[in-house]
Design a protein around this ligand. Structure first.
Ligand code: FES
Length: 359
């Protein structure tokens, strides 16, 4: 049986087509405050490798009624025969509908999902692995931790959460890694010290005391503030860019999501982007024919030139360099947004407005 193509999974240019297959929920339970683990049973296939994700068709409510959309979720674990894949999803107040859908699932429900897809591969051969997870970003790193531990690799996992109740898989990881699993709870320990972590990485990667043969690599998944702090610290210490790898979840930014107006004058488009809608979705609903692929701020295919902005660009991608983001002349519309400039930064209370320019 051939699988149907995901609706809207790719842009009109058709970079790729992701197929989905029928699956059944065989387990659904909470594994932390607001985090639901769902195990999907599906036709056999290649089991997910560490760092893999799958695409799940979700049913969300919108202005035009219920519609099918696609969300990407990291595979937390998978059965060796490739017939079961587990995901875990955080329900947030700003959920665009995917989290609500996953949290509504129960054992026995029929769903549709893709085969595992790889966008965050683990490179074997490093002397030390530093895994760094912020909040629900742990879901992208659990499988890596298990894989590395099973091979006797030198691995340290820093897991940063706001409250202990949000620390999904903490007990499993502590049992797996012992004191090499370091749970940092902001409410109890204060702000996580990214600088101290990167000093440790730099020592492991260097020639002096603490150095490990093969050097150190880091894999990071978490909110944009954590990833940006790691990236800046990495650059400041002169660590090689090739040994720092990110996975995004495309939902966290520098500012809380808020409504703003988006315009593309060349095609007479003007629309409002709600706080629970991405800019890409709003532009498409308003009739724009745009290219995109990952929808996670990684591939850059959805990048569009910015003609002007009233407010501040809230870049949430990891595709543009910091310099490109600071220049403010383009943005990845699948994840990035606009926010009204806060009063503390000279904002005048005017709602945010964005004018884009087609090539
Ligand atoms: S679609 Fe890949 S960065 Fe936007």
């Amino acid at each position: 049986m051939s699988a149907p193509a995901l609706p809207g999974a790719v842009g009109p240019a058709g970079a790729t087509t992701t197929a989905v297959r029928p699956a059944r929920v065989v387990e659904a339970r909470d594994v932390a405050d607001g985090v639901r683990r769902v195990v999907l049973e599906h036709a056999p296939g290649r089991p997910a490798e560490p760092g893999a994700h799958l695409q799940l068709v979700v049913h969300v409510d919108g202005p035009g009624g219920r519609r099918r959309e696609v969300r990407s979720y990291s595979v937390v674990d998978a059965s060796p025969d490739g017939t079961r894949s587990a995901i875990s999803v955080l329900l947030t107040p700003t959920s665009r509908g995917g989290g609500r859908y996953v949290h509504s699932l129960s054992a026995g429900d029929d769903v549709e999902c893709s085969a595992p897809l790889q966008g965050f591969p683990l490179r074997l051969g490093a002397g030390r692995y530093h895994l760094v997870a912020g909040g629900i970003g742990i879901t992208a790193l659990v499988a890596m931790a298990r894989h590395l531990a099973a091979r006797g690799a030198d691995v340290v996992l820093d897991h940063v959460v706001r409250t202990r109740s949000r620390a999904a898989y903490a007990d499993d990881l502590a049992a797996l890694l012992g004191d090499r699993y370091r749970l940092h709870v902001d409410d109890e320990h204060g702000a996580f010290d990214v600088g101290a972590l990167l000093d440790e990485v730099a020592a492991a990667d260097g020639d002096g005391e603490g150095a490990v043969p093969g050097g150190a690599e880091a894999y990071v998944c978490g909110p944009i503030r954590l990833m940006d702090a790691v990236r800046r610290g990495w650059e400041a210490r002169g660590l090689p860019a090739s040994t720092l790898r990110f996975e995004t979840f495309g939902s966290s930014g520098w500012y809380a999501p808020q409504p703003f107006t988006a315009c593309i004058p060349e095609i007479g488009l003007r629309t409002t982007v709600g706080p629970d809608t991405t800019l890409l979705e709003a532009l498409q609903r308003a009739g724009a024919d745009l290219m995109y692929d990952c929808r996670k701020g990684e591939c850059g295919l959805c990048r569009i030139d910015v003609a002007s902005v009233r407010g501040v660009l809230d870049h949430r991608d990891v595709f543009l360099s910091r310099r490109q983001q600071e220049a403010g002349t383009s943005m990845c519309v699948c994840v990035s947004r606009v926010a009204a400039l806060p009063a503390a930064q000279g904002g005048d209370g005017q709602p945010a407005e964005l004018v884009l320019r087609l090539p």
